[in-house]
Design a protein around this ligand. Structure first.
Ligand code: ZN
Length: 50
């Protein structure tokens, strides 16, 4: 399970894959992989833009 953050409104959700549409702003946003920014993950983030 990965964590995804909406690049537009900052909404964060956990899912295997990013959703087609953001449940928060209702638009087709760019979702950034936020999963390695959780405290239990020691790895470097996969996406520097988060
Ligand atoms: Zn959004």
């Amino acid at each position: 399970m990965s964590s995804w953050k909406c690049g537009k409104c900052g909404y964060v959700l956990k899912a295997e894959k990013p959703p087609e549409k953001c449940p928060s702003c209702g638009e087709k946003c760019e979702f950034l992989d936020n999963s390695c920014y959780t405290p239990d993950c020691q790895q470097e983030g996969t996406d520097k833009r988060v």
